[in-house]
Write a protein of this length. Structure first.
Lengths: 274, 321
């Protein structure tokens, strides 16, 4: 079933509300990045990826490797929305005994989760291993991964980028969450990552850009990426931390914060647009 | 025990990987540039379509190994122990151990016997770091024959991350062909009831020589080859303590955190006895011929004997008190 842009936007709203509520319940966690990536997660899980929530280990599924483990809330809310588990699980986020660890862990048996994440700079290497394994078996599935822009300061990301370019892993699609902020402030002040497009090109990647908070632009670029062959593809997705909640959009202070009750109510109203 | 020949343990590692790979097409080799030096070339030459060169990038190789393993393959990566265990420790911790995937890390050039390359290339802390990681199995075979067995067991009998440590130099190959190798089970190579030398890796041969020297002095030393440092053979260690009352540990590794520490952890809580440690004493190595370094850093049979006398003295004093 192909969903319209309007339907996808509605799903994104539901996921955002679930993220806010999950963080309110948890009392800690990363709101800004989770909201900023919600449109991309929605486009991936409700437009692009092949998977079967009733058979999470289906061999032909597309693999999704989240590298920035701290946006676990949007991953969990999306997996729940996609039918891997009940949305009621989200209220256990970050609590003792929960499968929903502060950073995602396969040791806790989260249906649909491909790998543990939380230490920055490791996801792309894992995705490269999976992409090599897929090519080795001549399997047709693809490997998607989301990296943060601050994460690109980790040197191992570029080791992995070099390997993906070397092996021409065109079954690999990476989305860089270019929200331009990190905990200490602007990425370009903390440790500049520009020129980003040139960097990836120099590592032998196809480079695309999109507005990561504009559903139709995301779909357009994902469709375009599908046609590219011979090189791995990176999409630099320009996003706003806290997107969907005008009051906190672009504010890096919301990177690692959870809302209180009052804030959550206000944020949810803003998401609903009322 | 008699030695048949002098062979580097890395040769046994390389042979074992190739043998296991010939029985299982899921075994994948990941190269870190020094493929010949760590004898992964045996595998790469036999199975070129299953060997992926990834260059001098240990952090990435470790993550890539995790990716393969998550897809049901058994990746084997090998480089010098200093890089295989320490350049990429966080990737080992999270991508391999926390994911609890079946991947083999070969750490070559372990110990001070690496020789002229000097301290940068002498892995002396790898056991301490690797054994502290949950889900990790740590193997330290004593000769080429055992290295060949150990890596095959790691590939065929374990379902999690494994670190295997082996050396550069040609060392005595003495483990009888066909001797049973079981992960987690130490091997009593010589029986004795006056004291026990627990040794691992290259130091097992030195321990055998030390036992020989002690026998001339009418001291019967037991020699326990602890080829598996994790999971550790508690039973054999406790038995050694209760039956011999004095233990000397010997390893080509820092005393701090190494195999001796692992043994002491068991002894202190389960069966205290007199203990002496032979190993590197909180210092870096340096360049020199392997035998010169083993002498300078006090890692030969002679120093095991010295430690044995100290342990015996403590044991006897405890009895008098």
């Amino acid at each position: 079933m192909i969903l319209s842009v309007k339907e996808l936007r509605e799903i994104a709203k539901t996921i955002r509300i679930n993220v806010v509520n999950a963080l309110l319940n948890a009392g800690s966690g990363h709101l800004g990045g989770s909201l900023g990536l919600t449109d991309i997660f929605t486009a991936l899980y409700f437009h692009e990826l092949k998977y079967d929530p009733k058979n999470p280990k289906w061999e032909q599924r597309d693999r999704f490797v989240l590298s920035i483990g701290h946006v676990a809330p949007v991953l969990y809310a999306t997996l729940a929305q996609a039918g891997y588990f009940s949305t009621s699980e989200l209220s256990s986020l970050r609590k003792l005994g929960s499968m929903l660890q502060g950073h995602p862990a396969i040791s806790h048996n989260v249906p649909g989760l491909e790998t543990t994440a939380g230490s920055l700079g490791q996801g792309l290497s894992i995705a490269v291993g999976m992409a090599l394994a897929a090519k080795h078996q001549k399997a047709g599935h693809r490997i998607f991964s989301i990296l943060g822009d601050g994460e690109l300061q980790e040197g191992s990301v570029w080791e992995a980028a070099m390997a993906a370019g070397h092996y021409k892993l065109d079954n690999l699609r990476v989305i860089v969450d270019r929200n331009r902020v990190q905990i200490d402030g602007s990425t370009e002040d903390v440790m500049g990552v520009e020129p980003l497009v040139d960097k990836w090109k120099a590592f032998n990647w196809n480079v695309l850009e999109c507005n990561g908070n504009d559903m139709s632009d995301i779909l357009k670029i994902l469709n375009e990426a599908r046609e590219l062959e011979g090189k791995p593809v990176v999409i630099i997705a320009h996003t706003k931390m806290g997107a969907g909640v005008p009051e906190i959009e672009g504010d890096y202070k919301w990177h690692g914060k959870a809302p209180n009750k009052e804030q959550a109510n206000s944020f949810i109203k803003q998401i609903k647009g009322v | 025990m008699e030695k048949r020949d002098n062979i580097p343990t890395r040769v046994g590692f390389g042979k074992g990987v190739k043998e296991a790979a010939s029985r299982n097409e899921k075994v994948i080799g990941l190269g870190a540039d020094i493929t010949g030096s760590v004898n992964m070339n045996f595998f790469a030459d036999a199975f070129p379509d299953r060997f992926y060169s990834l260059g001098i990038a240990e952090q990435n190789i470790t993550g890539v190994a995790a990716g393969w393993a998550l897809e049901g393959f058994i990746p084997v990566m090998a480089t010098y122990g200093v890089f295989a265990a320490m350049r990429n420790t966080d990737q080992i911790r999270i991508s391999l151990c926390y994911n609890n995937v079946h991947a083999i890390i070969g750490g070559a050039h372990a110990g001070i016997s690496v020789g002229p390359d000097g301290a940068t290339h002498q892995a002396l802390e790898d056991i301490a770091i690797m054994r502290s990681l949950p889900n990790m199995t740590v193997l330290s075979p004593c000769d080429a024959t055992q290295a060949e067995q150990a890596v095959q067991a790691a590939i065929e009998e374990i379902n999690g991350p494994v670190y295997i440590r082996f050396g550069r130099e040609a060392v005595p190959d003495f483990i009888p062909k066909g001797m049973n190798f079981e992960i987690g089970k130490g091997q009593t190579l010589i029986e004795g009831n006056d004291l026990t030398i627990i040794a691992t890796g290259h130091m097992v041969w030195e321990a055998l020589q030390a036992a020989e020297l002690l026998r001339k002095e009418h001291i019967n030393a037991r020699v326990l080859n602890l080829h598996t440092i994790k999971p550790i053979d508690k039973k054999a260690i406790i038995k050694a303590s209760t039956e011999t009352g004095a233990i000397i540990t010997a390893e080509e590794h820092q005393i701090m955190g190494g195999m001796g520490s692992a043994v002491a952890e068991i002894l202190v809580s389960e069966a205290p006895c007199a203990v002496e440690f032979v190993g590197v004493k909180d210092t870096f190595g340096e360049s020199g011929q392997p035998e010169e370094l083993m002498e300078k850093y006090q890692l030969t049979a002679k120093y095991i004997v010295k430690a044995a006398y100290k342990a015996l003295e403590k044991k006897n004093n405890e009895r008098i008190n």
